[in-house]
Design a binder for this molecule. Structure first.
Ligand code: NAD
Ligand code: LMR
Ligand code: MG
Length: 603
């Protein structure tokens, strides 16, 4: 236990994001106990005596003042005890216990919460984000203690323009919005899906340095089609079937108008919407508002960076991407997003138009290989349907194993939400891949929904593969001192940088060029040496550095397109004059970092 506290305390001091400058004051409009109950301002036992006097806190706290470092070490010690005391208990129980202790800190003292999160991001991301956040959403109505974020329901129609003013912060920079209809691979979780925007925004604070007082998680509760939830007496959402058609869209329209009328410069991320609404809302709003869909666009960039990495892993030049055979399993918002972006990349590399470059990509959904013979094909999937003459020996609806055996693809990429569909037979078939280093991406979340485990991938497809999963797995011990490296192919590598770069650019909307710049930046982040070790993505522990680079790439793309209007004191001319290095420096400097600021009371 002592050891853990020591480790924690030393990582606290080492944090490279710590600024030695005296933090500027923070204006607070409350006094006394109200401050202690506000996690934005609360310092617990850390209030200096002079501040206790100024803010009417004297006598409301035990007399001794505990330093931030000591508070940090104390929390890490409790966390360490919890780890020890829950040893041997089922994974879900342990993860939820860890989530609870972190959540309690989040609700009490945000400065300390974000500091421990930033310094220990590799250990804590799996708790506050994927995969534990999935379990939290499934159990949300029972776990609910305090509200976080805002809830707009179908019953609020006509009220949203005024409701938005109920949010206490003057300024909001980043909003993550869901309607709960496709939470990870867990389906429709209705109002319980609020856990996802909360987790994503925690990553925005930890990875991109958004000020937690300027982020807003939002749930649009338009009902649920999940019968179990509708019958659950504890369920906290509207007990009605989901709104559809124009009724649904009018709710989202009203919300978007309300948000941008109060905070015209905010960035909105759409998250975990079922496919039909994911695509429809993206088309509807992307030219009107500053928004993007993370599942379609963030995922695509992360997958593309990984796909380019697999070309390098084979010792081939990037231009060889155009010759890779890629099988995408899952024709939903994520799978189609990946295909669209990958095809754009091939078309740029080869100079051919998009229509002629689709041949290397193969798409399967729940009914197997999608060909032009498919009846009632989804219009979004139609452009990727294969002509039967281009897939000789395969039929409409061919199974995954048939497809892999026949095509011997370089890459097998799963975004199906179905756990285990890369079974032993499929993985063994990947041994015959035409690639010298076959790639397996089991990108579905959470862990139970991954198309295969890391251990199975290395066991059945061979030690020579490169492997990536959406949720974290431990590296695999291959024996004889060899290690099968596990990459986490998760959109968390991009969305924080997309959000921050966009905000700082002041662009009014997010273009394909900005997203492409983000993906290319991530792809180039990893060195050849790392690639040789099977690494396609950098370590999560360096997520702030990655985000600074990605954010700068997005910002520069906005400048290049003439979209940058600037942010705060930094106008378009200054942005335009910044070199690449200066832009990275500017983005890094703009990141909020958790330290206790002197609180100044103003009526
Ligand atoms: N790693 C990441 O960063 C990341 C990002 C986005 C989504 N995801 C994950 O991807 C999954 C899918 O997300 P989505 O938004 O595309 O969902 P979606 O519901 O829009 O699409 C799912 C697709 O999978 C297909 N499918 C279902 N069963 C199948 C089967 N047995 N074989 C082949 N295909 C099958 C469906 O037909 C559909 O086309 C989810 O688990 C989600 O968590 C991961
Ligand atoms: O939330 C994640 O971990 C990634 C992605 O957005 C998903 O929907 O699975
Ligand atoms: Mg998502």
């Amino acid at each position: 236990m002592w050891k853990l506290a020591r480790v924690a305390a030393s990582s606290f001091r080492r944090s490279r994001w710590f600024s030695t400058a005296i933090p500027g004051p923070c204006i607070v409009h409350k006094r006394g106990a109200d401050i202690l109950h506000d996690p934005w301002f609360n310092k617990d036992t850390g209030f200096p005596l002079t501040e206790r006097d100024r803010l009417g806190l004297r006598g409301l706290l035990p007399p001794r003042v505990i330093s931030f470092e000591q508070q940090y070490a104390r929390f890490m010690e409790s966390y360490g005890s919890l780890e020890k005391n829950t040893q041997g208990q089922p994974d879900g129980v342990v993860s939820l216990a860890k989530w609870r202790i972190l959540n309690r800190l989040h609700d009490r003292n945000e400065t300390l919460y974000y500091r421990v999160l930033i310094d220990n991001i590799e250990d804590f991301a799996p708790i506050i984000y994927t995969p534990t956040v999935g379990l939290v959403c499934q159990n949300y109505s029972g776990l609910f203690r305090r509200p976080r974020g805002m809830y707009f329901s179908a019953k609020d129609k006509g009220e949203m323009m005024s409701m938005i003013y109920n949010w206490p912060a003057q300024q909001v920079d980043m909003i993550v919005l869901t309607d709960g209809s496709r939470i990870l691979g867990l389906g429709d979780l209705g109002v319980q899906g609020i856990g996802i925007p909360i987790g994503k925004l925690d990553m925005y604070v930890a990875a991109a340095g958004f000020n937690p007082q300027r982020v807003l998680p939002v749930m649009l509760d338009v009902g649920t089609n999940n019968q179990k939830l509708l019958e659950d007496r504890l369920y906290l959402g509207l007990r009605q079937p989901r709104l559809e058609g124009e009724e649904y869209l009018s709710i989202v329209d009203e919300f978007m108008e309300a948000v941008f009328s109060r905070w015209p410069k905010a960035v909105v991320q759409f998250e975990d919407f079922q496919m039909k609404w994911a695509f429809e809302t993206l088309q509807r709003y992307r030219k009107r508002f500053c928004m993007f869909n993370d599942d379609i666009q963030g995922t695509a960039g992360v997958a593309l960076a990984g796909l380019l990495g697999t070309v390098r892993a084979q010792g081939r030049p990037l231009s060889d991407f155009v010759n890779q055979k890629i099988v995408v399993v899952g024709a939903g918002s994520a799978g189609l997003g990946v295909l669209n972006m990958a095809i754009q990349a091939v078309s740029r590399m080869s100079g051919d138009n998009e229509g002629t470059v689709k041949n290397q990509f193969f798409l399967l959904d729940k009914d197997g290989l999608i060909t032009k013979e498919r009846r009632n094909i989804d219009p979004a999937a139609a452009p990727f349907a294969k002509d039967l003459k281009d897939v000789e020996g395969l039929r409409e609806g061919a199974s995954l194993v048939e497809v892999v055996k026949k095509l011997k693809p370089h890459v097998l990429l799963g975004l199906s939400g179905v756990g285990g569909i890369f079974n032993e037979e499929v993985l063994k078939a990947m041994r015959e891949s035409d690639s010298t280093k076959p790639a397996i991406f089991a990108m579905s979340n959470p862990t139970m929904n991954a198309e295969c485990t890391a251990a199975d991938a290395f066991k059945h497809a061979g030690e020579n593969i490169v492997f990536a999963s959406g949720s974290p797995f431990k590296n695999v011990d291959l024996g004889n001192g060899k290690v099968g490296h596990v990459n986490q192919a998760n959109n968390m590598y991009l969305f924080p940088g997309i959000g921050l770069g966009t905000l700082l650019s002041g662009a009014r909307f997010i273009t394909d060029e900005m997203l492409q710049a983000a993906a290319e930046c991530l792809a180039s982040y990893i060195t050849d040496e790392e690639i040789q070790k099977g690494k396609l993505y950098p370590s999560v522990s360096s997520i702030r550095c990655i985000t600074a680079e990605v954010g700068a790439a997005v910002l520069r793309a906005a400048v290049a397109e003439g979209l940058a209007e600037g942010h705060g004191d930094v106008g378009p001319r200054e942005l335009n004059n910044m070199s690449k290095e200066e832009t990275v420096e500017y983005v890094s400097r703009s990141m909020w970092f958790p330290v206790y600021s002197p609180l100044v009371h103003e009526k």
